[in-house]
Design a protein around this ligand. Structure first.
Ligand SMILES: [Zn+2]
Length: 440
């Protein structure tokens, strides 16, 4: 378990809010060997199956032999807005593109990664409508549908690392179909025969890769499926491509739609803001009022850190909306303050035990806590506490002393403890978590 924690922490990412940029994560491997597989998701911001799949893949898989790089959020700015492409369809920008295009730099950057001589194989994740079939069955299952299929641009690619694209695609679909949840979901290979027939697909990422002798194919999960099932099929696709290429891996959970559902809403998910605040991602109230936020800093330059790759902030009027992929987590009403590092730690008594906590810590309480501050220049504000004073130092605080509507979570169990100096600078926040408490 310890080992896993270390691995997990190494995946923490830093993020800005709305920069036109993406993450490239080079997964640690136990043994470097060919091939290096590059997995890309999130080119279209309204296809959450792909980017939720890579988000889980990065946290719950270990590479044992071979190498895997992942770009989980290629079109992050559109993902946060649940928009296919706020500057147009990014998957049509790979043949010719004006330098005036807002995403020109970003496209150059991902092209450079695709062309990196270390990269041999590209696997590109999408969500598409309906269920692809070679012949017409009904409006949901027919040759014009894109859901649940493995897409290749042509059968063979001479000179590529893995030349027989058709065979690779068939191996993947066989692997997926062994674990199919329902016959309607059955995977097929769809060959777009791009060079001969498809002017539109010539502008796509995979075709760009093909024209540069890179083995590339796409996986589509159906938009008609719930998110956890789309992720299920994408992960099966990833496992299929890695297995066929001889990349060995380990996964720390049982691959079922039920487990995926619980991992998608993992209660250990968090976001840290400027090293002074840590918030759980899930079960927050829809709005958090008077929330300390650094003043005189553009949202783009505020430091965030999360154990999830698809978390971000968006400005909306005078609010700051916190997102997990396409999902709104909460809306912060910012209280813009000067942030200070003058109080890195505080002493707190929790259920009879004294402990030192770092700013940003979330601690569990069963019965009570009490904050000690020797320095009288500092002030504590326990949000929702009905006590006699402004400064709640040396006050025994139980759940019954806290007004439920002030909790950060919708169950009334998690409360903000904020620290300030005399000048009103914000020193940091702790969160008291009464979830394990038996009292009301
Ligand atoms: Zn797509």
């Amino acid at each position: 378990m310890r080992l896993f924690v270390g691995f997990f922490l190494s995946l923490l990412c830093l993020m800005g809010s709305d920069v036109l940029d993406f993450d490239l994560i080079k997964m640690p491997t136990q043994k470097q060997a060919k091939p290096l597989v590059l997995i890309i998701s999130g080119i279209q911001g309204d296809e959450p199956g792909g980017f939720n799949a890579t988000n889980l893949f990065l946290q719950h898989y270990k590479i044992l032999l071979g190498e895997v790089w992942v770009v989980p959020n290629l079109n992050r700015h559109s993902i946060l807005r649940n928009h296919r492409g706020i500057y147009g369809d990014m998957n049509r920008k790979f043949s010719t593109l004006s330098q005036a295009d807002k995403e020109y730099e970003l496209i150059q950057k991902i092209k450079t990664i695709i062309l990196n001589p270390q990269v041999q194989v590209i696997y590109h994740l999408h969500d598409g409508g309906g269920f692809y079939r070679q012949t017409y069955i009904d409006s949901l299952r027919n040759p014009n549908r894109w859901g649940n299929c493995s897409i290749i641009d042509q059968e063979m690619l001479q000179g590529a690392y893995y030349e027989d694209l058709l065979k690779l695609s068939q191996k993947i679909t066989q692997k997926i179909n062994q674990k199919i949840l329902n016959d309607v979901h059955l995977y097929h290979t769809r060959n777009t025969q791009t060079r001969l027939h498809d002017k539109e697909m010539e502008k796509s990422l995979t075709y760009f890769a093909i024209t540069h002798q890179k083995t590339a194919l796409a996986n589509e999960a159906s938009k008609n499926l719930p998110l956890n099932e789309r992720v299920y099929y994408h992960l099966l696709g990833i496992e299929g491509v890695l297995s066929e290429l001889g990349v060995q891996f380990e996964r720390d959970f049982k691959l079922t739609p039920q487990t995926i559902y619980s991992l998608l809403y993992n209660r250990n998910s968090f976001i840290e803001i400027e090293n002074r605040i840590k918030l759980p991602l899930f079960d927050l109230r829809p709005r958090l009022a008077f929330f300390p936020f650094p003043k005189d800093k553009a949202l783009d330059s505020v430091q965030f850190r999360s154990n999830q790759y698809i978390v971000g902030f968006l400005p909306r009027g005078d609010q700051i909306v916190m997102k997990y992929g396409n999902r709104v987590l909460s809306s912060l009403s910012p209280l813009y303050l000067e942030f200070s590092n003058a109080l890195p730690e505080v002493e707190i008594e929790v259920d009879g035990k004294k402990q030192r906590l770092k700013m940003g810590d979330i601690f569990e309480v069963r019965h009570y806590f009490e904050v000690y501050l020797e320095d009288t220049d500092k002030r504590v504000n326990i949000i929702g506490f009905h006590g006699k004073y402004d400064n709640e130092i040396n006050e025994r605080v139980e759940l019954k002393n806290l007004m439920k509507q002030y909790s950060i979570d919708k169950f009334g169990k998690k409360y903000r403890i904020e620290f300030y100096d005399k000048a009103g600078r914000f020193l940091g926040m702790l969160i008291a978590d009464f979830s394990q408490s038996s009292s009301k």
